[in-house]
Design a protein around this ligand. Structure first.
Ligand SMILES: C[S@@+](CC[C@H](N)C(=O)[O-])C[C@H]1O[C@@H](n2cnc3c(N)ncnc32)[C@H](O)[C@@H]1O
Length: 290
């Protein structure tokens, strides 16, 4: 269970109620920071990682799952990617990697359980390493509960430090790596990238490097910075010439209900500590046809 994993990893031996009470300032601070368009968050702080895993991560697993399933229902190209036996996926700005579990859940709904060879690229890739271990364990536990599948985790992860705001073009090695991907996801990240022109250029370089038959997904809350990044892609030649576009400007899904121990000891109705009821996002899903 996620709560137990988080307490074991970050709890310093505290009893669960005390650990959760102690996370309240970190959660309040995250809530305040995500209220603004370009937040600065210290993701290397263990309390911030723990609060993120409990208060945001479950909803973002669901977000990945929903975005991918909507794309698959809308276009056979997206569906065929989710039905491959092996899937190379680069997950940019993925931090604790909720995209890994969300991707597997979307594949499973389509009757598939691929081996996912993931590259987790993030400016804080090293700092998030304990949280990615939790994702691997959560996936293992999920697999144990599923009948008819191997009990081994189908997710292999390599981490890479990568800065979307780096003004340098992609290296030849990075271009080759993107050229082997079936799927690239950038979820809940673009709004944190400080240098917008560099971000727009980087996204276009990534799109130019992807192979035919691959997909690229941005999904995020309706932040001004994300909207601008999506608009820059819609206006770009690379998208107009080579990609089928599925644009979902506004979506609202129910949040995952928090377990009672979190309702009792972490969440409150006010004061920046509310439990989320809905997840709102927009998404741009691109499928490379030529
Ligand atoms: C809100 S978290 C989202 C994590 C995950 N994608 C999710 O949906 O839960 C934002 C992530 O973006 C990463 N990030 C922020 N600025 C970045 C940049 N310039 N380049 C790459 N990653 C960045 C952060 O380190 C963090 O892991």
């Amino acid at each position: 269970m996620l709560v137990d994993q988080v307490a074991q990893t970050y709890g310093d031996g505290l009893k669960l109620p005390a650990f959760l009470q102690q996370l309240k300032p970190a959660l309040r601070s995250l809530r305040n920071r995500y209220d603004v368009d370009q937040p600065q968050v210290a993701y290397d702080a263990p309390s911030n990682q723990a609060a993120y895993l409990l208060a945001y991560y479950p909803h973002y697993v669901r977000q990945t799952d929903r975005v991918l399933r909507e794309a698959a229902a809308a276009h056979p190209g997206f569906a065929s990617i989710l039905q491959q036996p092996t899937l190379n996926a680069t997950l940019i700005g993925s931090g604790p990697l909720p995209e890994g579990l969300g991707l597997l859940q979307a594949c499973r709904v389509l009757g598939n359980m691929p081996v996912v060879k993931a590259i987790s690229m993030d400016i804080n890739a090293a700092a998030w390493s304990p949280a990615r271990r939790i994702t691997r364990q959560v996936i293992k536990d999920w697999m144990q509960r599923l009948a008819g599948y191997s009990k081994h985790s189908p997710l292999e992860v390599r981490e890479q430090v990568f800065d979307l705001a780096d003004a340098q073009p992609l290296t030849p090695e990075q271009q080759r790596s993107f050229g082997r991907q079936d799927l690239v996801i950038i979820q809940n990240c673009c709004n944190e990238v400080k240098h917008q022109p560099a971000l727009f250029a980087k996204l276009q370089q990534i799109l130019a490097s992807l192979p035919c038959g691959s997909a690229f997904v941005i999904s995020d809350f309706q932040y001004g910075a994300t909207n601008a990044a999506i608009q820059s892609l819609l206006n770009s030649d690379v998208v107009k010439q080579h990609y089928h576009v599925l644009h979902c400007p506004q979506r609202k899904i129910p949040a995952v209900t928090a377990p009672s121990v979190l309702q009792q000891h972490l969440f409150e109705r006010s004061n920046g500590l509310w439990a989320r009821r809905v997840v709102k996002y927009r998404a741009l899903c691109l499928y490379r046809h030529s």
